[in-house]
Design a protein around this ligand. Structure first.
Ligand code: F6P
Length: 367
């Protein structure tokens, strides 16, 4: 496709929602409408809308006044996949290939390209669309910050801020009751969110999936604090944290989801173990979806706007099948082939881990 032939662009949000999605939709749509007079077609509920032919043209009024609002005006789905869609048949879930009808819908709407805003799952599906001849531009989203190819995803900063605020609030009640309080933080198999919120909230112990913890070391830390008169402790624990050689705590299996496992419950389990071992009273708080809701921070609004404008620029320049990314302070393009199916974990030599330890935070291991 040449630059001048771009007339109609589809846009969708896939996977779990996160603060800043609307800011990206606004930035893509406004910059295309203003500069290039390109029609923007909103696809409802992520890839589900492409499969079911649910789309609508977005007008200026649809994308105005949404910069600060949480969620996504388009809706999303973390189940739909045109190349392997889970559907219920005779009480059982079967996977069906709906790519033919999906491609027909794209043709019917005369979409010259699609902007896919999402995380790893969305980028993997986008890559497949691209392989089927549909030009795509990706925009990296997830509170987990675990997407390969970009230094940061939008949504992460907001979720870190929510986590830090929760730790602040837990702090005062922990102090008053002389308790060990555990705050369970999302992030699936990567510890970015817990590490960020833990450092920002001054947690005494931070436990992340990348470092399998040793219960003895955690108990030693909270007992030592007790001995020196610090009669409370705060433990920031990732939902994906686990003991050395131990198991993840799974809260549910969502059978018809692309990624079926949902984590949750480690804080309660670990809290009970610490209480049994040390005799110190513990309480656990699972932050859950609070971390995905509400208004994006100023940082995320700026990043989402930069990503959105960057995606629109790639489209008008005809640089397709790329994902916009942040590298240092620059917005760059990363080939989609390089992105999907890879998780960006906290490296074991991350300066963030050194910083946490330097201020006396226990990471549940001897490094
Ligand atoms: O990937 C984002 C995320 O919020 C993870 O941190 C969490 O494990 C998962 O999604 C929860 O998924 P769901 O919204 O399906 O419960």
């Amino acid at each position: 496709m040449t630059t001048g032939s771009l007339r109609r662009v589809g846009i969708l949000t896939g996977g779990g929602d996160c603060p800043g999605l609307n800011a990206v939709i606004r930035a893509v749509a406004k910059s295309l409408m203003v500069k290039k007079h390109i029609s923007v077609i909103g696809i409802e509920d992520g890839f589900q809308g492409l499969i079911e032919n649910r789309m609508r043209e977005l007008k200026w009024g649809d994308v105005s006044g949404i910069l600060q609002s949480g969620g996504t005006i388009l809706g999303t789905s973390n189940k739909a996949n045109p190349f392997g869609n889970p559907v219920m048949q005779d009480g059982k879930i079967v996977i069906v290939d709906l790519s033919e009808q999906t491609l027909k819908h794209i043709e019917k709407w005369q979409l010259d390209a699609i902007v896919c805003i999402g995380g790893d799952g969305t980028m993997t599906i986008s890559r497949k669309l691209m392989e089927h001849g549909v030009p795509v531009v990706g925009v990296p989203k997830t509170i987990d910050n675990d997407l390969y190819g970009t230094d940061v995803t939008f949504g992460y900063d907001t979720a870190v801020s929510i986590g830090a605020e929760a730790i602040d609030r837990i702090h005062t009640t922990a102090q008053s009751h002389h308790r060990v309080m555990l705050v369970e933080i999302m992030g699936r198999y990567a510890g970015w969110l817990t590490l960020g919120a833990g450092i920002a909230g001054g947690a005494d112990v931070i436990l992340i999936p990348e470092l399998e913890y040793d219960l003895d070391i955690i108990c030693e830390k909270v007992e030592e604090r007790s001995r020196i008169g610090r009669r409370f402790s705060i433990i920031a624990v990732s939902e994906g944290a686990k003991p050395k050689g131990g198991e993840l705590v799974v809260s549910r299996i969502v059978k018809d989801s692309v990624e079926a496992v949902r984590l949750g419950g480690i804080s309660l389990k670990l809290g009970n173990e610490i209480e049994d071992r040390t005799g110190l009273e513990t309480r656990a708080t699972v932050l859950g979806h609070l971390q995905r809701g509400g208004s994006p921070t100023a940082y995320d609004r700026i990043l989402a706007t930069r990503f959105g404008v960057g995606a629109a620029d790639l489209l008008v320049q005809g640089r397709l099948n790329q994902m916009v990314a942040l590298r240092g302070d620059q917005i760059v393009a990363v080939p989609l082939q390089e992105v999907g199916g890879r998780t960006r974990k906290v490296p074991l030599d991350s300066p963030m881990l050194d910083v946490a330890e330097a201020v006396g935070t226990c990471l549940g291991v001897t490094r």
